[in-house]
Design a protein. Structure first.
Length: 443
């Protein structure tokens, strides 16, 4: 994995050091990116689609937003496409939705299921849950003793039996742990049989016997793009709800494994990057790609471009004759991404929040509180209310105030402000708005 990170960091540095991103420079950068991804065992078709998408999107931009260079924009496109390749800009939900919650681990031999079971137990014990582990692997010598020891280290209960009936162990283990009032039951299954069909039939029998709330596939990152075939083999017998990718610290093929796993449709919840019980991480594509690209300031760049994109959405809404509370919420959220309020207030477009334009330094904290309060109010509204503020009667206002932790007066103040700014914005003729906004941004 280190080689992959180094190669990607080198490419970013190459982009940053380029004096001009012309067609030839873009072509060379994308060729380098293709080589890096293919060496990481990412599927060739996915590599082609990713680089082709970057090229097309980069060439489509005729005019970059003020303050943004072609190098910045190319890095942003690379970041966004990599995040998309690894599952999108979302954080998986690792909470436990019911108690007791039964999680079943499946995977091929050598994927690290037993160690993963211990890591998951430690992860949830540290979050205040009572966890129980069940070992149903009757094939691998030492599996039972290994999970028993991991259970002790993790602070979890343990159950197994000296029998070859894996289905019976699973059923009795769940019954035993439920009687002991555990919050989470993790069932470890075998990864080795005389043939694949026997393994899959046993997994299916355990699934039918205990009816788990979640089936998590444990995959080995060193298998690269082949993990998709492994996951799909299990999916012919049982549903796969989530994925844990192990050995991310020891392979250059981790990127291929992650990209391949995403194609299965299951959510990658965790990655493991070591043998210790604490070597577990909730998988977040955005933060993972940020680390891969070796850019401490990437978040700032993403926030700037994201704010610009939201502003463009706002302009289009207003130019099309729409100005709703949803439009206002987008605008205030984009403002918060742009940096310190003291700097933002000097160049707010169209006199946005005119009462704050000439605010003193001493009052900036109050101004920030007002923006945060208004955003809290709008986030407590339904989509129908945001798109049609005219339906906000007294009972709805009371509900919104209570839900946002504000007062009825605060909600009414927001609505008055919305009406004032709406009149100002809708009063601008079509086409003048974009020019007017640009003039304020340049000031």
């Amino acid at each position: 994995m280190r080689d992959f990170v180094d190669a990607l960091t080198g490419l970013i540095n190459k982009i940053r050091g380029a004096q001009l991103i012309d067609e030839e420079a873009l072509r060379q950068i994308l060729r380098d990116l293709q080589r890096i991804l293919i060496r990481a065992d990412v599927d060739v078709k996915l590599v082609y689609e990713l680089t082709k998408g970057i090229e097309e999107e980069f060439k489509e931009v005729k005019e970059l937003p003020p303050g943004l260079t072609a190098r910045d924009y190319l890095i942003y496109l690379l970041y966004r496409r990599l995040v998309g390749l690894l599952g999108g800009d979302t954080q998986p939900d690792v909470s436990i939705s019911k108690r007791p919650y039964v999680m079943m681990l499946v995977g091929v031999e050598g994927s690290g299921k037993t160690t993963t079971a211990g890591k998951l137990a430690r992860f949830y014990v540290r979050r205040g849950l009572k966890v129980g582990l069940v070992e149903t692997d009757t094939i691998r010598p030492g599996a039972r003793d290994q999970l028993r020891q991991l259970s002790e280290k993790a602070g979890a209960l343990f159950y197994s039996e000296d029998t070859n009936d894996a289905v019976s162990i699973a059923r009795n283990g769940v019954k035993f742990l439920k009687a002991n009032k555990v919050d989470l039951i993790i069932i470890d299954t075998a990864g080795r049989h005389r043939n694949e069909e026997e393994l899959l039939k046993e997994v299916k029998a355990i699934y039918d016997a205990v009816k788990p709330d979640e089936v998590m596939a444990v995959i080995d990152a060193t298998n690269g793009k082949q993990v998709l075939a492994q996951i799909e083999a299990f999916m012919k017998y049982i549903p796969i709800n989530s994925i844990f990718v192990t050995k991310m610290d020891s392979t250059a093929r981790g990127g291929g494994a992650l990209a391949s796993a995403v194609r299965s449709g299951a959510v990658i919840k965790f990655i493991g990057d070591g043998e210790g019980l604490d070597d577990i991480e909730v998988f977040n594509p955005r933060s993972f790609v940020s680390r891969l690209m070796g850019m401490g300031d990437l978040d700032a760049l993403i926030s700037r471009i994201s704010a610009m994109e939201v502003e463009e959405e706002v302009i289009k809404d207003i130019e099309s004759g729409k100005f709703t509370l949803l439009t206002l919420m987008k605008q205030l959220e984009s403002i918060k991404k742009l940096g310190p309020l003291s700097k933002i207030l000097q160049s707010l477009p169209i006199g946005l929040m005119p009462q704050l334009r000439n605010i003193s330094d001493e009052s900036l904290a109050d101004a920030q509180v007002k923006i945060d309060k208004w955003l809290a109010i709008m986030r407590s509204m339904t989509m129908e209310e945001l798109n049609n503020p005219n339906i906000l009667n007294s009972s709805r206002i009371r509900r919104i105030a209570k839900g946002s932790g504000t007062s009825i007066r605060d909600v009414k103040e927001l609505l008055r402000y919305y009406e004032e700014v709406g009149k100002l914005m809708m009063g601008l003729r079509r086409g003048r708005l974009r020019t007017f906004l640009k003039r304020f941004k340049a000031s």
